[in-house]
Design a protein around this ligand. Structure first.
Ligand code: GAR
Length: 200
């Protein structure tokens, strides 16, 4: 399955996905990495792995719609069949999702529907939950609201900081994102309403 990844920052999830793919564990081919941030570390990593990178910096466009048009053209030109958001910090519009017409997956650092949006780990600490984690879900036009594919839970410890909790969650992210991509790419999922089932 021809796959593109969108990133905005460090790229640890991208690294995990690339490693799994290159070690032959995922039936996908990562054909490119796109970013809204020209200096994202993730882009350096992608280049070091020989993966083509493209940047779509917001500053280069009059509005979000024209940035998304370029993003769409890139996906179409490369015949991308699966789009993975790996720390991509821009919200994709309903129009983009409709026109792209391919599965789009996102990983979010909380047990959705708790703590959508920015600073999910800080939100979890401030709320005082005893467990948090991460969620891989299909992207729909809402904010972190699409059908959930997999979740991983971790405890929140009394002496946690935003950083220590983020690190614990990140380990789970690296475990479940490749699993979820595998399920999608091997056509093992059935979506009924808002629920996602693994086919037997
Ligand atoms: C990850 O924790 C990911 O879940 C989060 O950004 C981080 C990116 O790290 N994504 C979101 O918050 C999306 N709403 P990475 O660049 O090292 O993969």
């Amino acid at each position: 399955m021809k796959t593109a990844v969108l990133v905005s920052g460090r790229g640890s999830n991208l690294q995990t996905l690339v490693k799994e793919w290159k070690s032959g564990h995922m039936p996908i081919e990562i054909i490119g990495v796109g970013s809204d941030q020209p200096d994202a570390l993730a882009l350096e990593y992608a280049q070091s792995e020989g993966i083509p990178v493209v940047v779509f910096p917001m500053a280069g466009y009059p509005d979000r719609a024209s940035q998304e048009e370029d993003l769409l053209s890139w996906l179409k030109e490369c015949r991308v069949e699966l789009l993975l958001l790996a720390g991509y910090m821009k919200i994709l519009s309903g129009n983009f999702i409709e026109k792209a017409n391919i599965p789009i997956l996102n990983i979010h650092p909380s047990l959705l529907p708790a703590f959508p949006g920015m600073h999910a780990q800080r939100q979890a600490l401030e709320y005082g939950v005893k467990y948090s984690g991460c969620t891989v879900h299909f992207v729909d036009k809402g904010l972190d609201s699409g059908p959930i594919i997999l979740q991983g839970a971790v405890p929140v410890l009394d002496d946690d900081t935003e950083d220590s909790l983020s690190q614990r969650i990140l380990k789970e992210e690296h475990r479940i994102y490749p699993l979820a991509v595998n399920l999608v790419a091997s056509n093992k999922l059935a979506i009924k309403g808002h629920r996602v089932f693994i086919k037997q």
